[in-house]
Ligand binder design. Sequence first.
Ligand SMILES: [Zn+2]
Length: 361
Amino acid sequence: MSVRDIYKKTREDLQRRQEEEGKKKTGGYGQQGSSIYLLDKIPDGIEFFRPKATEEGAKWNFDIIPWFLGDNLNNPKIPPGSQMSYLFVSFHRNIGNMFDKIVCPTRTFGEPCPIDIWLRTNRLPKEQWNAVRSVDYGIYLVYVRDGGEEQEKGLQIYEVPWRWFGEVLKNRSEMPEGGGYIPYWDVELGKTVSIIMTKKGEGKINFDVNNLFDRRKPIPDSVLEQAANFHLDECVNLHPSYEYIYETFFNKKYVEGEDMLELKPIINEYKTDKQEQPKEEKQKPAMTSPQDENDIPDEKYEPVTKECPHGHVIGRDINRFSHCEMCTVWDACLALSNDNKKEAPEDEAPEQKTQRRRRNV
Ligand SMILES: [Zn+2]
């Protein structure tokens, strides 16, 4: 058989694979571990909405389309079939050799996460801590109202930092004088949500939830049909195993009972300045999440609160009291404590105490 015949004989197979690749949302041979999405489960034709920021401030309008919960949330309070307006997920973004994104069981479900346990007992410089900690996101199904290209795409998935959008939307939808909340997600009575994204230099983005407007036209039936048959929860790897997270983070086999606090995990530092990002990182499109270009590393970490709810000194008294375990401002307290530590090195005693206290979390 001539070389040409061999090529001819095997070309069909390659053509078939080319067509399959064309339909797929990533390259590679199966790098699902690096994304929180189970890409194969996302229905055909549904894309990720990636609004861009401009210097003048790009305005994006979209409707949030409700969907029905599948079997993957495992929350007894919200049974499968419940109508949902978003999926809340907190995930770590730069874990292990492959910069994996992994859903954080602690922040998302209140279950043990080896990364969080390690983080809470090993003090990292703020930049590193920021890179490793999990960040809260809301994942929505949206129908963009731009009268053009984006609208034609129909239903899209929109993943957006919770602090930028979900949290703000919650406040914006609250009516005065105890009037309840605007059901912005409602199929009939819902609103068109408007956001403004402005480039602010140094790769930073100003994200603003602008307003809630009455919809000028109802949501098309075709979009509702797409959403009604799409269980968003089933498309996200919501429950990575403890062992998997452990092995990815520490880059070693999980051994039960091992003192992980002695281990040295892979810490990938996230550079905030996009110009300085190492080339290799940019060459990994399959590793990045849909929102990466506007990703949250642009956001400066600012503790939401400057006060300890229990009357102690935030940033100084971390883990010194029993209620620190369950404290709602623990993250902010740690960040401040790391800052303080950088400025004035602490004496040994409180540090050791810290490590023992947080070990059982
Ligand atoms: Zn975690």
